[in-house]
Design a protein around this ligand. Structure first.
Ligand SMILES: Cc1cc2nc3c(=O)[nH]c(=O)nc-3n(C[C@H](O)[C@H](O)[C@H](O)COP(=O)(O)OP(=O)(O)OC[C@H]3O[C@@H](n4cnc5c(N)ncnc54)[C@H](O)[C@@H]3O)c2cc1C
Ligand SMILES: NC(=O)c1ccc[n+]([C@@H]2O[C@H](COP(=O)([O-])OP(=O)(O)OC[C@H]3O[C@@H](n4cnc5c(N)ncnc54)[C@H](O)[C@@H]3O)[C@@H](O)[C@H]2O)c1
Length: 464
């Protein structure tokens, strides 16, 4: 058994782990970064980047469907070449992964360990069967994995997750997507637009990232107009067949229907990778989900010398948060025990469906009833959105009664990634509805829709 002694041990070479490692080295400490799986990060290998590549191809195909309405005729037909679509997804994905891997290669060999780490006690880690690392401080940055509902396991070899989709060499004929959350909507809609027969099965009417009942209902109807979306599906059975998978579904009128697909994609949430870490051998306190209790400003687990960052802590499983949290964890591992709060930004999350979905600041469900007003705009009659034939969507902005401070927003609409940033920046700088209305709004732009919602909020604040 090899032995290694370091100041800081980082578990996981994903976005959070790499940021933590770099912060530890920048702080003058000796450090090791331990990786059990492939290098390249979830974001670049099987997450943010390949999903956006698939969506980009789907958008290109979808544009042609609007040509007729604009008076542009296509003589002949548009053909989607599944092999070419997937070849671009994979080659561009490999390019992004290449950048990350080259970054890892530039880390000195003596700072890297391959293998899965688990805690033996508060100051040592076992890495596979080959090395024991004795450390002063540790950063857990082990990411998350798809959560698979037991019922879907009956799909056997026909059950896949996002990782598998991005390794396809061709598009399949059909897929059943379980989970109309963030991943399910992005992948489901993209595959539908690329000509794959798609049905999306949900549970409990949860659609996208929304908690506002009006946004949930609007999004459900909007997506269901485009492809079959069962927001609260009663699936009776899932069965692996030689040529695919068979799903029996009980419809609201009690009829049971049989549906056959080539694949089932589980997009039913993700679980933090904390189970096999031997955390019970340390002095961290575990919460009900097995994740150590931690402070989201310092990333410290209790008052221990162990920190947790990225998807592993199950707080805000997003790329930019993983990068921030990893850096904060690494800096505090260096400073320990004199840890300091790091910068946490206004929450922002964007789903790259079409129309896009976004949440900023506090969600509807996080707000105390009667403490706020809701400013609303529909994008159906919004000038610029209609001009572009992209007039689908709804925006709810929440403002505090009394102060008028902007609290949060849930929205669906054309390219709302941009509105989401404007609002996040406004909220982080403490803006009120009145102050936001003093800002310039050009004409004709989608931002005028936001102004309508802000005016609605201002009128409600005045009446409250
Ligand atoms: C399909 C999909 C699309 C996404 N799209 C977006 C998006 O558009 N925008 C966005 O902001 N976010 C997106 N995300 C989320 C984003 O990818 C994650 O929040 C982010 O990658 C998490 O980074 P991380 O460092 O916490 O984890 P990871 O990058 O997963 O790194 C964790 C690493 O730890 C390793 N590991 C685990 N256990 C051990 C162990 N015991 N010992 C050693 N190593 C271990 C793993 O092998 C892995 O390499 C998406 C996710 C998915 C799945
Ligand atoms: N654009 C982005 O930023 C982006 C894209 C993809 C993923 N992500 C990150 O990855 C995380 C995980 O994404 P996700 O989509 O897996 O999780 P999610 O929590 O967003 O959605 C899971 C969905 O599955 C449903 N579900 C759960 N069990 C089910 C069952 N048995 N049958 C049918 N439906 C079921 C839930 O009701 C929910 O709608 C996101 O929360 C996000 O942080 C971000």
């Amino acid at each position: 058994m090899k032995e290694m002694i370091v100041d800081v041990a980082v578990i996981g070479a994903g976005t959070a782990g790499l940021a933590a490692y770099r912060a530890a080295i920048a702080g003058g400490k000796s450090a090791v970064i331990i990786e059990g799986g492939p290098y390249g990060t979830t974001c670049a290998r099987v997450g943010c980047m390949p999903s956006k590549l698939l969506i980009a191809a789907a958008e290109a195909a979808h544009v042609t469907e609007k040509w007729d309405a604009f008076g542009i005729r296509l003589d002949g037909r548009v053909r989607i070449d599944g092999q070419a679509v997937m070849a671009r997804v994979r080659s561009e994905r490999d390019r992004f992964v290449g950048f990350v891997v080259r970054g890892v290669e530039s880390i000195p060999a003596e700072h890297k360990l391959r293998g899965y780490a688990s805690f033996l006690d508060d100051h040592s880690l076992q890495v596979d069967g080959h090395t024991v690392v004795t450390f002063g401080r540790a950063v857990i940055a082990t990411g998350s994995s798809p959560a698979i509902p037991p019922m879907l396991k009956a799909a056997g070899k026909r059950l896949i997750v996002n990782d598998d989709v991005f390794d396809w060499t061709d598009l399949p004929e059909s897929v059943a997507v379980f989970g109309p959350g963030v991943i399910g909507l992005e992948l489901g809609q993209a595959l539908h637009r690329l000509g794959v027969r798609v049905e999306v099965f949900g549970r409990g009417h949860f659609v996208g990232p929304f908690s506002d009942p009006a946004l949930k209902a609007y999004a459900t109807n909007a997506f269901a107009e485009e492809f079959p979306l069962h927001a609260d599906a009663k699936v009776v059975s899932v069965e692996e067949r030689p040529e695919g998978v068979r799903i029996m579904q009980e419809l609201p009128d009690d009829r049971v229907v049989t549906k056959d697909f080539e694949w089932v994609i589980a997009a039913t949430g993700r679980t933090p990778n904390v189970k096999n870490l031997g955390l019970e051998n340390t002095s961290v306190t575990l919460g009900t989900n097995g994740v150590p209790e931690f402070d989201r400003t310092t990333m410290q687990c209790g008052s221990t010398h162990i920190f947790i960052a990225g998807d592993a802590n199950n707080d805000l499983p997003l790329l930019h948060e993983a990068a921030d949290e990893g850096r904060i964890a690494g800096e505090n591992a260096v400073r320990f025990p004199a840890v300091q709060p790091g910068l946490r930004r206004e929450p922002i999350a964007v789903v790259f469906s079409d129309p896009q979905l976004a949440t900023v600041g506090k969600r509807f469900a996080d707000l105390a009833p009667d403490s706020f007003v809701t400013g609303e705009v529909s994008f159906e009659d919004q000038g610029r959105s209609r001009v572009m034939l992209r007039n689908k969507g709804l925006l709810h902005v929440y403002a505090e009664k009394g102060s008028g401070r902007l609290l949060g927003c849930e929205m669906m609409g054309p390219d709302v990634e941009h509105l989401a940033h404007l609002l996040a920046w406004a909220m982080q700088s403490g803006m009120t509805v009145q102050r936001a209305l003093e800002m310039p709004f050009y004409h004709p732009v989608v931002e005028e829709g936001l102004r309508t919602a802000l005016r609605d909020a201002a009128a409600k604040l005045a009446a409250a």
